[in-house]
Write a protein of this length. Structure first.
Length: 336
């Protein structure tokens, strides 16, 4: 993993809040608030966190489906955050997205052949016959019968619809694909099939994935590195083996403690971390560390009389700890 394909620096996505009769701007929702990370060519970077933490917004911003409020998103040597619409259109074939809901992202009025062929019509000069052959080839690659080109999305199961979405994402031979919870709406048995398909396609085509999910077990299977998000910020980023074996951030520890273990003896004796309180509003996050109001480490230190004032007043720096590990916690060294 020596070549950076995507580099995100201090990315912020803030949505305005309007209120009153004149709809004046009275605040903003800080959906993504200062993210910095890299995605290396050929790897799968997992992005995990609880619902509402900003994962999907991050994925859409990386592809410029949302315009960044601040920060930069560099694809190879090009900062796409500042590109004009025309230049961005020329970049689109190289970066694609697999959406979360396979039912909502497919036009019910279009046949499967038209859905998959639409990117080819917009971005290539293929003729109708060549385009049809390409669509049939893509359907075969994702494990669907090429004769299904004239069927409509409602005639397929959820897993088949997701395969259609994957075929559409592959149509223009992209280098980078954002997978926005592509298995969340599927049954467990179908989830395994879709994930195996994504891994096979990555091996064949050298694809790079940003894999967004709240399923920590699946991320452990497919990802090479994992970034953990909470309230618009990344708490920890590490190689998958290091993060699951020795998490450094208290929030990462709490997330992993919620994952069931298949061994009943281990499950009966292991210690769970139960977070108290509610997730703060992204419109009014805590002044210091965004996790301070629920952090068991800060609360225990405060109860013991130790000085944890900086947890509640100063945001922790995003810093490197060891080789290829990053964390945003004032007391991360105590977990090593």
């Amino acid at each position: 993993m020596s070549e950076k394909l995507v580099s995100v620096s201090e990315l912020k996505i803030h949505f305005p809040i309007h209120a009153g009769l004149l709809r004046r701007r009275v605040g903003e929702v800080k959906a993504v608030d200062g993210l910095s990370f890299d995605v290396y060519r050929g790897e799968t970077l997992g992005l995990v966190g609880e619902s509402g933490c900003g994962k999907s917004t991050t994925g859409r911003a990386v592809l410029r489906l949302y315009d960044p409020t601040e920060g930069s998103v560099t694809f190879e040597d090009t900062d796409i955050a500042d590109l004009s619409d025309g230049d961005m259109r020329r970049m689109r074939p190289r970066m694609q997205m697999i959406f979360q809901d396979p039912q909502a992202c497919l036009n019910p009025r279009m046949t499967v052949g038209a859905i998959i062929g639409e990117p080819l019509m917009e971005h290539t000069s293929m003729g109708a016959k060549e385009r049809q052959e390409r669509v049939r080839e893509l359907l075969d690659q994702v494990g669907l019968n090429p004769d299904f080109v004239n069927r409509y999305p409602h005639e397929f199961s959820g897993g088949q619809r997701q395969r259609i979405g994957i075929a559409r994402a592959l149509a223009l031979d992209p280098d980078f694909i954002v997978c926005d919870e592509p298995i969340a709406a599927l049954d467990v048995s179908i989830q395994a099939q879709v994930v195996n398909l994504l891994e096979d396609l990555q091996a064949e085509r050298g694809l790079t994935y940003l894999f967004i999910s709240h399923d920590l077990s699946m991320v452990r299977h497919i990802a090479s590195r994992v970034a953990v998000m909470y309230l618009g910020k990344i708490m920890e980023l590490a190689p998958v083996a290091d993060l699951y074996a020795d998490p450094l951030h208290p929030y990462t520890k709490a997330l992993l403690s919620a994952v069931p273990v298949a061994d009943p003896d281990v499950e009966a004796t292991r210690q769970r971390t139960i977070l108290t309180g509610d997730v703060p509003s992204p419109a009014n996050p805590p002044q210091g560390c965004v996790f301070c109001t629920r952090c068991p480490l800060a609360q225990s230190k405060k109860a013991a009389g130790e000085d944890v004032e900086k947890c509640f007043t100063a945001p922790p720096d995003w810093r490197s700890i060891g080789s290829d590990r990053f964390v945003a916690c004032h007391f991360a060294e105590e977990a090593k």
